[in-house]
Design a protein around this ligand. Structure first.
Ligand SMILES: [Zn+2]
Ligand SMILES: [Zn+2]
Length: 200
């Protein structure tokens, strides 16, 4: 679910679909017919129940038993009953797995895996992460077009008289990492630095 939400932030939201014939193009129909509501299990529900029910899978330790700490079967039963009603609502959804929205796909420049992202309705830009290698991207939406830009930085070669530059993804800029300049062949190491502030 977490991966689905990365692609579509509305993946676990409840949605209702109604349809109707337009009397006039571009104008909402006066006779909308309800097709159904999709009630997915939300990431919040999944996480909460996983943590709570998961604790019952572990046998209490001897120390816990000594302190009189046992599993509370009644609490588990009532929790499962509440979960059952949520599952019933999800399984009773008349519609499911439908998506209305604009999506954009791009191949990751680092690992070659396709990345799919839902485009925002209002904002002009959004971010995406490769599901395989976590490389970051910035998506700029302009009209019907979308531009994917890698979230990267330029790194200057450490040799004083060389103007060699390499481009690295932001998550690769980690103290201790190194890169070899394609112009002079010198290996440069990335490190933290301290400078005097210009307004001091
Ligand atoms: Zn990747
Ligand atoms: Zn260089």
């Amino acid at each position: 679910m977490s991966a689905l939400l990365d692609i579509d932030p509305l993946a676990d939201a409840e949605r209702t679909i109604s349809a109707g014939r337009q009397s006039e193009k571009g104008k909402a129909s006066d006779e909308m017919r309800l097709l159904g509501t999709d009630t997915p299990l939300t990431l919040k529900t999944l996480k909460t129940q996983y943590d709570a029910i998961g604790s019952f899978l572990h046998q209490p330790t001897l120390g816990m038993l000594d302190r009189g700490m046992h599993h509370d079967a009644e609490a588990l039963r009532s929790r499962l009953k509440r979960l059952l009603s949520q599952l019933d609502a999800t399984l009773a959804s008349k519609i499911f797995n439908f998506t209305v929205g604009r999506f954009s796909t791009c191949t990751c420049g680092r690992c070659g895996v396709p990345i799919r992202r839902r485009l925002p309705r209002e904002e002009e830009s959004t971010t995406a992460k490769c599901p395989e290698c976590s490389a970051g991207y910035i998506l700029t939406v302009e009209g019907d077009g979308v531009t994917w830009s890698a979230d990267d930085v330029e790194l200057q070669c450490a040799t004083s008289d060389c103007d060699g530059v390499i481009v690295a993804f932001s998550d690769e800029v980690v103290p201790g990492r190194s890169f070899v300049c394609t112009q002079c062949g010198q290996r440069s190491v990335i490190g933290l630095g301290v400078w005097a502030a210009s307004d001091a």
